[in-house]
Design a binder for this molecule. Structure first.
Ligand SMILES: O=C(O)CCC(=O)C(=O)O
Ligand SMILES: [Fe+2]
Length: 367
């Protein structure tokens, strides 16, 4: 039996409007060089282990270079008491190495740091790549769309012609899905940089949850239990989903067993390191035990607004977070089918970090 698609009149006119809009975007768009493409030829080998040195270790804890107390033009504001700092008056493209080291520490301490009023005229792809690589080796996403000729720039594009994460694609009630990016990697990401070049007038915020605070709030017996455990994080469902959608998988997925509580190498702080996006089970527990504990932790992370921050994007905003101590979610609350609601487009630069270390030297493991 052949399958047929019936398009209603409304859908058909919406489609025409959408196609006209796409054409306009692609011909006149200021950031056309950053539009999503999908290389379907590159096949990448497995990631290799590397020695990681956290830039935050070299930083002056007082941050005199990044946030000098005698410069009223540089303004840092806490977005909540627990997580998130907003900075105005600094251009990321002009930071010195001591400033970048202090920024690495600030991101680890505050979870996410949001830079406003960035001048995108100042940046080239090469310069941004070098900026990211200062913090760690650049990750190439195993399945995502990217910027042309730059696999390291993972594309974020929610417009009418790309419904990658749009609500209509799945059957869930919400688009909220907290995760730590590609946490299945053996040395998963640390500092991660998201630049949105185009933002809708309203909607499309991003939220982060502090995994440091999430850990700190647990009772001593639960902390003690979790500190001795590892959990499995898997890249397989993402790769299988991509294959099912007919997309190219450029690197075969892996699984890792990471400590459920990890210690940040620069701050020494403990953070929960499980997330609903990639964590599948707690190693060594019975299925029902693992499900019950993960359900408790996922609910804690996703529902505790008192350890989250929700950031509204403005033109010129760049957000930098530490995937080791936070979980985050896109909030896709606007209608991507409706050109009037604007375009949301940008890219993510993801740096890889340490092999997670838990309490009492508990280390990640994999086959
Ligand atoms: O688009 C967003 O708000 C965040 C998307 C995301 O999860 C990411 O860039 O890692
Ligand atoms: Fe993400």
């Amino acid at each position: 039996m052949s399958s047929t698609t019936t398009i209603t009149e409304t859908e058909s006119s919406l489609l025409k409007l959408t196609l006209a809009y796409d054409k306009e975007i692609h011909e006149q768009y200021k950031y056309a060089a950053y539009l999503p493409v999908y290389d379907e030829t590159t096949k990448l080998p497995a990631l290799q282990p590397f020695v990681f040195q956290d830039r935050g270790l070299a930083a002056d804890k007082e941050k005199p270079n990044l946030l000098p107390k005698d410069n009223p033009d540089i303004r840092a504001t806490s977005l909540t008491p627990v997580i998130g700092t907003e900075i105005r008056g600094l251009q990321l493209s002009a930071l010195t190495d001591p400033q970048k080291d202090e920024l690495a520490l600030l991101i680890a301490e505050r979870g996410v740091v949001v830079f406003r009023d960035q001048d995108f005229k100042d940046i080239s792809i090469a310069k941004q790549k070098a900026f990211g690589a200062y913090f760690g080796p650049l990750h190439i996403h195993p399945v995502g769309a990217h910027v042309k000729d730059t696999l390291e720039f993972h594309n974020i594009y929610l417009g009418p012609d790309n419904e990658y994460r749009a609500r209509s694609k799945n059957n869930r009630l919400t688009t909220v899905g907290y995760h730590s990016d590609v946490s299945h990697e053996h040395q998963p990401p640390g500092i991660t940089i998201l630049t949105l070049l185009s933002v809708p007038p309203t909607g499309g915020d991003t939220a982060w949850a502090s995994q440091t605070a999430a850990y700190a709030r647990l009772s001593p017996p639960i902390k003690a239990l979790l500190e001795g455990l590892r959990a499995e994080h898997s890249g397989f469902p993402q790769a299988e989903g991509a294959r099912r959608d007919g997309r190219w998988v450029r690197r075969e997925p892996v699984k890792s067993e990471h400590p459920v509580v990890r210690v940040h190498p620069a701050t020494g702080q403990k953070a929960l390191f499980v997330n609903p996006g990639f964590t599948k089970r707690i190693v060594g527990l019975r299925d029902e035990e693992s499900e019950a504990i993960l359900k408790l932790l996922f609910k804690h992370i996703s529902l505790s607004q008192d350890l989250q921050v929700r950031v509204r994007w403005e033109e010129g905003t760049v957000a930098l977070w530490d995937n080791r101590v936070t979980a985050h979610t896109a909030i896709s609350d606007y209608d991507v089918h409706n050109p009037q609601e604007g375009l949301r487009h940008g890219f993510r630069i993801t740096t890889l970090a340490d092999k997670p270390t838990g309490v009492d030297g508990l280390e990640s493991a994999w086959e």
